[in-house]
Design a protein around this ligand. Structure first.
Ligand code: 3AM
Length: 179
């Protein structure tokens, strides 16, 4: 079985800027620059034999390239119960259209529909025992956070390799968007 998800990648420069937000004193697992991504669809365990049809199906998606602007930090599922610290992005229709197209295509293939609403985010840290007050103070301190817009010219199929010291994400396939 392969543990798969579909996501957007970030430019090198943006990864490094996101990494500077790191607060090493927290009981948290901070993402390293090569782990940053924006998940569009988590697929979970998939038989390796299904990979060709999955790739063929995703390759049929026709969606335009767009620009994404990281703006604002958020705590998920909520600031009162912070489990994940993430960067948000400006909501733009093209991102939601792409996510909906991917969802439609994977459901056609037999994957269970995603029950949760799409909340686009770039995970910065998984919080272990960080008090909500500390997270709120962090969000307040970084309330004006934003990064330059970056071009999104493709989406990717990733394999997640779980290791005791954190996940390693490997790109299995690149799906170009239309210019
Ligand atoms: O984009 P992020 O880093 O928030 O949380 C996991 C990660 O999301 C998410 O898939 C991404 C790549 O691992 N993920 C893991 N298990 C999941 C599940 N059962 C899940 N998302 C939804 N359902």
């Amino acid at each position: 079985m392969l543990r798969l998800f579909i996501a957007l990648d970030l430019p090198e420069d943006h990864r490094h800027q996101l990494y500077t937000l790191r607060n090493p004193s927290w009981k948290a697992r901070w993402a390293t620059p090569n782990q940053f991504h924006l998940t569009l669809r988590f697929l979970g365990p998939v038989e390796e034999a299904r990979l060709p049809e999955l790739i063929q199906t995703l390759a049929r998606i026709e969606a335009p390239a767009f620009e994404l602007t990281p703006r604002g930090l958020i705590a998920l599922p909520s600031p009162a119960r912070p489990r994940v610290l993430a960067a948000a992005v400006d909501p733009i229709p093209e991102l939601h259209t792409l996510q909906a197209e991917i969802e439609r295509h994977v459901v056609d293939l037999g994957f269970t529909p995603e029950a949760r609403p799409f909340r686009p985010h770039i995970t910065l840290a998984r919080l272990k025992q960080v008090p909500a007050t500390a997270v709120r103070a962090f969000l307040q301190r970084h309330r004006n956070f934003s990064l330059a817009p970056f071009p999104v010219q493709a989406f990717y199929l990733y394999e997640s390799h779980l290791h005791p010291d954190g996940a390693r994400y490997e790109i299995l396939h690149r799906f170009p968007l239309q210019r």
